[in-house]
Design a protein around this ligand. Structure first.
Ligand SMILES: Nc1ncnc2c1ncn2[C@@H]1O[C@H](COP(=O)(O)OP(=O)(O)OP(=O)(O)O)[C@@H](O)[C@H]1O
Ligand SMILES: [Mg+2]
Length: 396
């Protein structure tokens, strides 16, 4: 059972403006590895690979407590509604991956919205859509963002469309952390394609997403903030005028990894710097033009999908050297010294405590839990990330 949070004697959190009126009770919601109740009975061998270690939760809690708040960890399983009732949190720090189904990363946000409990990060629709890589790519393609040609296989025997040329890449449409992705994901002919698509559909109980294989370099790009960040951030100096921080680009060099050329589950499981791990180059050695292009793509990918406050977008270069968006993670891993986003923050000089508190405070501000800084955002012409057209906005 979850112990209820106690009222604190000292009612003043130590942070400077914007200050909450009192310290918050913060519930960290997550799915922990090897927690029996979290997984359905019949699962693929790598099910739960994206669940967190309890050590990560402890580090998130410690970071939140540095600012005077109280924390509790609640396992995001079927007992979550009862545990929330007992713990009565002011806000939840959500990193829950969910319990199966076609939109598991949206389950906890949906529950919290039903109960009107504030929480951090993206809302229901963004978490649901971004788990589904096919839907995400359809939306990006509709907004003229570059994605590799793709086709979803629901049954496995659908005719391959003429624009799909081998080699192709086959992966589960709705997983993360490289689940279902290894060297067999690259298929060179019709027979390999059918076999792999069938494997994914049967084992993961979901469609197989088939894409053109992108042979070039791989990057992941973190985006923080939103148009009005400066009103609520503990560190407004981090952000550009438009309210967003584009983190240093991380290149994943898989040429010598345990799974050459692919940043799949096995490669992700290696500790950074160990033999078999990919090279983590941050900031990536890139010319300014490509850096700018990747930052702009990741920012547009984030805004178009309605991501809030934090995301990490994966991008690969095609044979033509041009970037294509792979997928977006609005719930990026937050294990210090290991997760891609944490590596990018370290390269930017952002401490783990500040990263976690920033996600918490930006989330809280959307639930009117913070008084905004007393400044007005300048009126300015802004490029509309949805259409590329200019529009006027006051940044709200
Ligand atoms: N079309 C492709 N061409 C080449 N490699 C690909 C392609 N799609 C995916 N990959 C490889 O597979 C890895 C995992 O794919 P992807 O990022 O789509 O899945 P994921 O499991 O959701 O990742 P994450 O851990 O970031 O949630 C990529 O990092 C990349 O190395
Ligand atoms: Mg990825």
């Amino acid at each position: 059972m979850t112990a209820p949070l106690q009222e604190k004697e000292n009612d003043q959190p130590p942070s400077s403006a914007p200050r909450p009126a009192h310290p918050w009770r913060v519930a960290v919601l997550a799915n922990i590895k090897a927690h029996g109740k979290s997984l359905p009975a019949v699962v693929p061998p790598d099910a739960g690979a994206d669940y967190d270690y309890i050590e990560t939760i402890d580090q998130i809690r410690a970071a939140i407590e540095t600012d005077g708040h109280q924390t509790v960890f609640i396992q995001a399983d079927r007992d979550l509604p009862y545990a929330l009732k007992e713990a009565r949190p002011d806000i939840c720090f959500n990193i829950a991956e969910g319990l199966g189904g076609d939109a598991r990363e949206a389950q906890v946000p949906a529950l919290l919205e039903m109960f009107k409990i504030p929480y951090s990060g993206s809302r229901v629709l963004t978490n649901a859509i971004s788990l589904d890589k096919t839907l995400t790519k359809r939306i990006w393609r509709d907004r003229n963002l570059p994605v590799a040609p793709f086709q979803e296989f629901t049954f496995g025997d659908e005719p391959l469309r003429p624009e799909m040329h081998f080699p192709l890449f086959v992966k589960p449409a709705r997983e993360g952390t490289g689940m279902g992705v290894n060297e067999k994901a690259i298929v060179n002919n019709e027979a390999e394609l059918r076999e792999r698509a069938d494997y994914v559909i049967r084992l993961y109980h979901q469609p197989a997403l088939v894409e053109a294989f992108l042979p070039g370099r791989e990057f992941t790009v973190g985006i923080m903030g939103r148009f009005d960040t400066v009103l609520y951030s503990r560190h407004p100096e981090w952000y550009e005028k438009d309210g967003f921080l584009r983190l240093p680009i991380l290149e994943l060099d898989s040429s010598h990894s345990i799974t050459p050329g692919i940043y799949g589950l096995e490669a992700k499981a290696q500790s950074v710097g160990s033999e078999g791990a990919p090279g983590y180059l941050c900031p990536a050695p890139l010319d300014p033009e490509l850096t700018k292009k990747l930052h702009r793509l990741a920012w547009r990918a984030h805004v178009v999908l309605g991501a809030l406050d934090i995301s990490r977008t994966d991008i690969r270069l095609g044979a033509d050297g041009q970037p294509r968006l792979l997928e977006i993670n609005p719930l990026p891993g937050l294990t210090p010294g290991y997760s891609d986003l944490c590596i990018q923050c370290t390269a930017q000089g952002i401490s783990y405590e500040d990263l976690i508190l920033e996600i918490l405070y930006l989330g809280a501000s959307r639930w009117n839990m913070l008084v905004p800084r007393d400044i007005s955002l300048p009126q300015k012409k802004k490029t509309d990330p949805l259409n590329g057209a200019a529009k006027t906005t006051n940044g709200k």
